[in-house]
Design a protein around this ligand. Structure first.
Ligand code: TXA
Ligand code: MG
Length: 319
C-alpha cells in the first residue's frame, strides 16, 4: 500500500486507473475518509468488505461526480429528492433511491434501494471524474475504518485502521483533515416523504426548508436498513461515557468554556459546534493513543448539527 501526499492531477489519474484495475483507493471526502472501489467491479467491492471486516449485507454508498449521474444508478426519483440534490450536492448528504439495474446486489446488500452521494472534496470529485473518463460509473466507498470502529478523518488514521489489511497495489490519497468530520446525512427517498436514517451536517431544518415536507427520523417499516442500528458503532477502544464528571486519569472532551475536572486529561476544547464535529473523531482516537480506559464527553444540548454529534456519541457509548 502506498500513501500519496500533495496529489497532482497525474497522480489522481493513476489512482483512477488503480480503481479501474480492481485495486482499492482510500480517499478524503469532506465528511470522513472513504475506502473506494470501482462500483461496477464485484471482486474489488468484495475486497472492501474483507478489508473492513464488514458483513456483506451492509450496503455501500456509490459516489458520483454530479446530479447528472444519478439516473445511472437510480430510477423513479421523486421531485423532493431532486430538490435535495440540487440544493446540497456536492456535499455531505447521501440519498437512498430505488435502484437501477446498474446497482447490483453486491453494492446494495440485495436491497431494492441504492445510496448515492456527490462529495464536495476536490480530490474525491476529481478521482470520481477520472474513473468516469475510464468508463467507470461511480466509486463505492464506506468509511475507511475497520467495522464498528471510529471513522478516519485523516490519512494517518486510515493507515492506522487499515494499513495492515490493504494490499500492495492499494493506495491512500492524503487530502488533509476532513472538514465536516462526521459522516453524511442519509435520507431515505424511497417513500412519499424524506426520512432521515442517519443525521449529519445537512440537518432536519435544511431538509424541511428545501422540500417543504416535514421529515421524519428512522426507517419506515418497509425493511430499510438503518445505519449502525444493531452493532457497537463509531467506537474507540476506550469506554465512552456521557454527561458525567471525569475522574482523575480519565479523558475529557467538552466545549472550551467548560473547565477540565481536576486530574482528568483534556482531549479537546472546541470553541464552536462546527469545531466539535470537526475534531470529535480525532479526539476519540487520541484517547486510544494515550491508552485511556475511559473518555467522558460533555455535549451541549440543541438541534442542527448537534443532533448528529449526539447520535454518534450515543452509538460510541453503547460500545
Ligand atoms: O460520509 C459518508 O457517508 C462516508 C463517506 C466516505 O462518503 N461514507 C460512509 O459509508 O459513512 P458507511 O458505509 O460507513 O456508512 C453508510 C451507511 C451504512 O450504515 C449503510 O448501511 C447505509 O449507509 N446505507 C448504504 N446504502 C443504503 C441503502 N440502500 N439503504 C439504507 N441504508 C444504506
Ligand atoms: Mg462507516
Amino acid at each position: 500500500m502506498q500513501i500519496i501526499s500533495n496529489c497532482t492531477h497525474n497522480e489522481v489519474k493513476k489512482a483512477a486507473k488503480a480503481l479501474k484495475d480492481g485495486h482499492l483507493v482510500a480517499f478524503p471526502t469532506e465528511t470522513v475518509y472513504g475506502l473506494g472501489a470501482d462500483a461496477s467491479n464485484a471482486k474489488a467491492v468484495a475486497r472492501i468488505y474483507s478489508t473492513k471486516g464488514r458483513p456483506t449485507d451492509h450496503p455501500l454508498i456509490v459516489h458520483i461526480s454530479s446530479i447528472n449521474e444519478m439516473s445511472k444508478w437510480a430510477i423513479d426519483i421523486p421531485e423532493y429528492a431532486m430538490k435535495l440534490a440540487r440544493d446540497f450536492w456536492p456535499g455531505p448528504m447521501t440519498l437512498i433511491l430505488k435502484r437501477s439495474n446498474t446497482a447490483k446486489d453486491f453494492i446494495t446488500g440485495s436491497q431494492g434501494s441504492v445510496g448515492v452521494r456527490v462529495p464536495s472534496h476536490p480530490l474525491a470529485l476529481s478521482l470520481i471524474i477520472e474513473l468516469e473518463k475510464l468508463g467507470g460509473y461511480g466509486v463505492a466507498a464506506p468509511s475507511a475504518n475497520r467495522f464498528g470502529a471510529v471513522s478516519p478523518t485523516t490519512s494517518e488514521a486510515v493507515c492506522e485502521e487499515l494499513g495492515a489489511y490493504l494490499a500492495e497495489d492499494d493506495l491512500i490519497l492524503d487530502g488533509g483533515q476532513s472538514n465536516v468530520g462526521i459522516e453524511s446525512t442519509i435520507i431515505d427517498c424511497t417513500g412519499f416523504a424524506p426520512r432521515i436514517l442517519r443525521p449529519g451536517a445537512i440537518f432536519f431544518e435544511m431538509i424541511a426548508n428545501t422540500t417543504g415536507i416535514v421529515t421524519e427520523y428512522g426507517a419506515s417499516n418497509n425493511g430499510t436498513r438503518t445505519s449502525g442500528l444493531f452493532e457497537k458503532h463509531y467506537s474507540p477502544k476506550a469506554r465512552v461515557i456521557l454527561g458525567y464528571t471525569a475522574q482523575p486519569g480519565e479523558g475529557f472532551i467538552a466545549m472550551s468554556n467548560t473547565k477540565t475536572p481536576i486530574g482528568s486529561i483534556r482531549l479537546a476544547s472546541p470553541e464552536t459546534i462546527l469545531e466539535f464535529a470537526h475534531t470529535f473523531y480525532s479526539s476519540l482516537r487520541l484517547a486510544d493513543k494515550k491508552g485511556l480506559a475511559t473518555v467522558v464527553v460533555n455535549c451541549p444540548d440543541g438541534d442542527g448539527l448537534l443532533v448528529a454529534i449526539r447520535d454518534r456519541l450515543n452509538k460510541a457509548a453503547q460500545g
